[in-house]
Design a protein around this ligand. Structure first.
Ligand SMILES: Cc1cc2nc3c(=O)[nH]c(=O)nc-3n(C[C@H](O)[C@H](O)[C@H](O)COP(=O)(O)OP(=O)(O)OC[C@H]3O[C@@H](n4cnc5c(N)ncnc54)[C@H](O)[C@@H]3O)c2cc1C
Length: 487
C-alpha cells in the first residue's frame, strides 16, 4: 500500500528522499520554510551577479550521476559540468601551489616542492582510492542502525585506519608543511580538525586528486533546480514559504504536521531540517536527545561569508583559491578548542566568473569568500566589517593590486543568518563533524527511537556533511521507509 509521506525541508537530503519515495509510488508532499528551495544550497541574483549562497566545490561527480541514473535520467539532461583546470590554487606565505586536473600534473607540483614526494603521493592516492571504493560501495548506504553495518571484510582489514588520524598518516610520508596542509585540506569538508579525523577518510583525497573538481555551468543551484524539477516530474507536491510548526504524535505514532495553522495528516513524517530543530517540533516528552546531548557534540564550523561583485576582472586568482598563508593550527584552535573570532584567519575565495561567464556581467567578477568560524559566537555588523577589511588587506597584498575601490556589490552572511534561514543549531554551517565518536551508529539516528513513523535525514545524521553525503542520506532514509512501511 502506498503511503502519504510528509517531507520537511528542501535541501539535498529532502529532495533526494522525496524523489526516491515518489518513485516507489508514495504520495509525497514537501514543506520548505524559505521562499526558494535548496536549503544551504540556495542562490540569489543581484545587479547581474548570480551568487551561490553555500556550496561551491562539486566533488564526487559519480554520486550525482548515479542519482539521476536511478531515475532513468542522465545528469546532462539537466545541467552541464566543467572539469576545472587547474582545480584550485593554494596561497602559502612564500609560495603558491597549483593543483592541476590530473594526478600527473599534481605529482609534478609535489616534486617541485619536495623531491621524491610524487612516489609517496601515488601510493597514498591508490590507498585513498581503495578506501573510496569501500566507502561508496560497501559502507555509505548503511542506515547507521547497527554497529555491525560497518563491519565488512574490507573494513575489518582496515580497522587501524579508524583509530589513526589523517594527520599522522600524512606526516609519515610527507615532510614539507605546505604539502601536509594540501593533503589535510579535503577532510576540512568533514567539519573536524585533521588531527581528529580517522585516516579512513583519506578517501576525500581521492575525491580531490583522483576524481577532480567540477563546476555545474550556471552555478551550484543548477543541481537543486535539476533535483526539484525531477521531484515535480515524479509527482512530489512542493510547498515553499511553509514552515512546519509542529509534528503531532498520538498513541506512539506521528499523525502529521501543522504548517500555517493547518493540520496535514500523513502516514510517515521525514524531516531533513537541522536535527535539533526537527526535534523541537515535537512535544518535549517525545524528544530523543537532551539539550546537553547537543551541547556536547562537536559541530562543524559556522562561517563568515561575503558575496562581492567587482566591476573589473581580477588577475592571479583561479576559480577556487585557498589562502593558507597563516598558521592553521591557531585558527583551528580558535574554532574548536577555545572558540573565538580568529586572530589571523585562513579563508577561501571562490571566483566562479573566472570559468563561468553566466554568473557575472561582462568585464565583472563574482567573488564568494568563506572564513570558517566557531559556532555560537557573537555576530555583529561591526565584526563583519572588521573582518571584511582584514580579508581585503590580505587579498590586495597577495594579488598585488587594489581591489576595494572596484567593489560594486557586497553582502555578508554569518551565524545569525544560518540560524534565521535554516534553524541551524548555534549557527552551524554544515552539520556535525565526522570525528570517530560521531561516525555511523554514533550519529543522531535516522529513525526515531520510539515513534515508528518518524524519520530524519540530512547532514546531521548518516553519512554526514557535504552535498554528496546529504544526497545519499536521502536515498538511505527513503530505502528504510520503503522497507518498513510497505505492507
Ligand atoms: C557556506 C557553506 C559552504 C559549503 N560548501 C560545500 C561545498 O563546497 N561542497 C559540498 O559538497 N558541500 C558544501 N557545504 C555543505 C552542504 O551544502 C550541505 O551539507 C548540504 O547542502 C546539506 O543539505 P541538507 O539536506 O542536510 O540540509 P539543508 O540544506 O540545511 O536543508 C534543510 C532545509 O530545511 C528547511 N527547514 C528548516 N526548518 C524548517 C521548518 N520548520 N519547516 C520547513 N522547512 C524547514 C531549511 O530552510 C532548509 O531548506 C557547504 C555548506 C555551507 C553552509
Amino acid at each position: 500500500m502506498n503511503k502519504k509521506i510528509i517531507v520537511i525541508g528542501s535541501g539535498f537530503s529532502s529532495l533526494s528522499a522525496a524523489c526516491y519515495l515518489a518513485k516507489d509510488g508514495h504520495s509525497v508532499e514537501l514543506f520548505e520554510k524559505n521562499k526558494t528551495l535548496g536549503g544551504r544550497c540556495r542562490q540569489f541574483i543581484k545587479d547581474g551577479f548570480t551568487f551561490d549562497i553555500g556550496p561551491s566545490w562539486y566533488w564526487m561527480p559519480d554520486v550525482f550521476e548515479k542519482f539521476f541514473k536511478d531515475f532513468d535520467r542522465k545528469r546532462e539532461d539537466f545541467y552541464a559540468l566543467d572539469k576545472l583546470s587547474p582545480a584550485y590554487k593554494i596561497f602559502f606565505k612564500d609560495d603558491v601551489i597549483t593543483i592541476g586536473d590530473t594526478l600527473d600534473k599534481i605529482c609534478l607540483e609535489f616534486e617541485r616542492i619536495e623531491k621524491g614526494s610524487a612516489i609517496h603521493l601515488r601510493k597514498f592516492i591508490k590507498k585513498a582510492q581503495k578506501n573510496y571504493e569501500i566507502a561508496i560501495n560497501k559502507v555509505v548506504l548503511r542506515p547507521g542502525i547497527s554497529p555491525f553495518e560497518l563491519v565488512t571484510p574490507e573494513t575489518a582489514m582496515r580497522v587501524d585506519q579508524f583509530f589513526k588520524t589523517i594527520s599522522t598518516q600524512v606526516r609519515k610520508k610527507f615532510k614539507n608543511p605546505k604539502l601536509i596542509s594540501t593533503l589535510e585540506f579535503p577532510v576540512l569538508f568533514l567539519g573536524a580538525k585533521p588531527s581528529n579525523t580517522p585516516s579512513f577518510y583519506s578517501f576525500m583525497n581521492y575525491a580531490d586528486f583522483g576524481l577532480g573538481t567540477w563546476h555545474p555551468k550556471g552555478g551550484m543551484y543548477e543541481v537543486i533546480k535539476a533535483m526539484s524539477s525531477l521531484a515535480k516530474e515524479l509527482g512530489v507536491k512542493i510547498h515553499t514559504e511553509s514552515p512546519v510548526e509542529k509534528i503531532h504524535v498520538e498513541n506512539g505514532k506521528t499523525t502529521g504536521i501543522t504548517t500555517k495553522n493547518n493540520f496535514i495528516a500523513s502516514d510517515v513524517v521525514l524531516s531533513g531540517a537541522d536535527y535539533h530543530h526537527s526535534e523541537s517540533l515535537l512535544d518535549e516528552n517525545h524528544r530523543q536527545y537532551s539539550e546537553s546531548y547537543w551541547n556536547n557534540k562537536t559541530f562543524a564550523p559556522s562561517s563568515l561569508l561575503f558575496f562581492i561583485g567587482f566591476d573589473k576582472k581580477l588577475t592571479n586568482v583561479e576559480h577556487h583559491n585557498l589562502f593558507f598563508d597563516t598558521d592553521f593550527s591557531v585558527h583551528a584552535k580558535e574554532i574548536y578548542d577555545a572558540p573565538q573570532w580568529p586572530s589571523d584567519p585562513l579563508f577561501y575565495v571562490c571566483n566562479p566568473s573566472k570559468t563561468d561567464p553566466n554568473v557575472a556581467p561582462e568585464g565583472s567578477e563574482n567573488l564568494f569568500i568563506l572564513m570558517p568560524l566557531a559556532t555560537d559566537l557573537e555576530d555583529s555588523d561591526a565584526l563583519r566589517e572588521q573582518y571584511f577589511h582584514m580579508i581585503m588587506d590580505r587579498l590586495e597584498e597577495r594579488l598585488g593590486t587594489e581591489i576595494r575601490p572596484h567593489v560594486v556589490y557586497n553582502r555578508s552572511y554569518c551565524r545569525k543568518d544560518f540560524e534565521t534561514d535554516y534553524h541551524a543549531y548555534k549557527g552551524n554551517a554544515y552539520g556535525l563533524s565526522n570525528v570517530l565518536m560521531q561516525t555511523a551508529i554514533l550519529k543522531p539516528r535516522m529513525k526515531h527511537r520510539k515513534l515508528q513513523n518518524l524519520y530524519f535525514t540530512g547532514q546531521l545524521t548518516v553519512p554526514g556533511p557535504g552535498m554528496p553525503p546529504s544526497l545519499i542520506s536521502g536515498e538511505i532514509v527513503a530505502d528504510l521507509i520503503e522497507k518498513e512501511h510497505r505492507l
